[in-house]
Design a binder for this molecule. Structure first.
Ligand code: SF4
Ligand code: SF4
Length: 327
């Protein structure tokens, strides 16, 4: 048997974007299908397209869209034997990403949504598509996770209905990315198997404004405090390192002190600006600045001394370990 690869995300994910679907979390590269008119959404086409990517990987070919990705893995001999007897022909969807719209009060210096989908405010109706997928038994109801993107999901007119539709099918694994300028009372009763992810990237109003181009630091912090007092949902509080803006100990220290005051169990997630790496022009090279290591080490030690969970995004970790990135 020759080389064979698989990607778990590809086999389980459907990611709705303004201009089509992807089969993983990536909205830039990544396996996917362009769709002009979502009112004629055709599930068979989606299934067929995904199957083509799966087959390519299986036969040892890395599709252009997946090159450089850290997610696909080479199948071991025992994987190959296992998949011969356990192939999930139907490839039920157990991960749905709602990323077809972008409405946001911020204008973050690193925002890929602005760059990729400048007109994404005009989105299509997604609830009928989700209902259809349920009707067709395409969703793995027992294991479904749903991720909401979009800046400020509360501005999506379908959000309430969509959220309740998933919940009525017993989904209790949501990951909600939001700028959190507007409070979301709907998520108060979500428990620890759900996540809210907010990219604060700063520990004070001035730096927040420099990064997000909006003066809303206090609103976001107050909303986090309010939600923490009412819900058991898990917090992911992100810090995206930005050259010359927040890549210093002082800002990181303010951020960590703030987080410690809001929720000692919040997960701190360190990430890099994708405009420097995955979204950079092809052929460009990014050298990790020396001070990034100092800031990351400082954060790691701080979190360890206060028992705060600390993570580095897997792709960022790879780039930090290598010291550079060539796109
Ligand atoms: S290998 Fe990477 S780019 Fe390709 S489908 Fe999987 S996660 Fe997406
Ligand atoms: S909050 Fe998110 S969607 Fe809004 S501008 Fe920032 S990165 Fe973009």
């Amino acid at each position: 048997m020759g080389k064979s690869y698989y990607c778990e995300k590809l086999e389980k994910t459907i990611h709705f974007l303004p201009d089509g679907v992807k089969f993983c979390c990536s909205c830039a590269e990544g396996a996917g299908l362009k769709i002009q008119d979502f009112s004629k959404f055709n599930n068979d086409l989606v299934v067929k397209s995904r199957q083509e990517f799966i087959s390519k990987l299986k036969s040892g070919i890395i599709p252009q869209q997946c090159k450089g990705c850290v997610e696909y893995k080479e199948k071991t001999f025992s994987d190959k034997i296992h998949s011969l007897f356990n192939s999930n022909q139907k490839n039920l969807v157990s991960y749905i990403i709602i990323g077809h719209f972008k409405q946001c009060e911020c204008d973050c210096v690193y925002c890929s949504q602005n760059k990729l989908f400048p007109d994404a405010v005009k989105n299509y109706q997604i609830l009928p598509i989700i209902k259809k997928l349920y009707e067709l038994n395409m969703i793995d109801e027992h294991n479904l996770s749903v991720e909401f993107l979009g800046g400020n999901i509360s501005l999506l007119s379908e959000f309430n209905d969509l959220f309740h539709d998933f919940r009525s099918h017993n989904c209790n694994k949501f990951m909600i990315h939001t700028n959190f300028i507007k409070y979301l009372p709907q998520i108060e009763d979500l428990d620890w198997s759900n996540i809210i992810s907010v990219s604060l990237d700063s520990g004070c109003r001035e730096t927040f404004q420099k990064i997000k181009n909006v003066d809303a630091f206090n609103e976001v912090v107050n909303n986090l405090k309010c939600l923490r007092s009412k819900s058991n949902i898990v917090f992911h509080l992100k810090y995206i390192l930005l050259k010359g803006i927040n890549d210093n100990r002082e800002e990181m220290s303010k951020f960590l002190t703030l987080v410690k005051g809001i929720d000692k169990k919040a997960n701190i997630i360190i990430d890099l600006n994708y405009n420097d790496t995955l979204m950079s022009p092809t052929g460009s090279r990014f050298e990790v600045p020396e001070n990034y290591y100092d800031v990351v080490e400082f954060a790691k030690e701080y979190c360890s001394s206060y028992g705060i969970p600390f993570f580095i995004n897997p792709h960022a970790k790879l780039v930090l370990e290598k010291g550079s990135y060539i796109h």
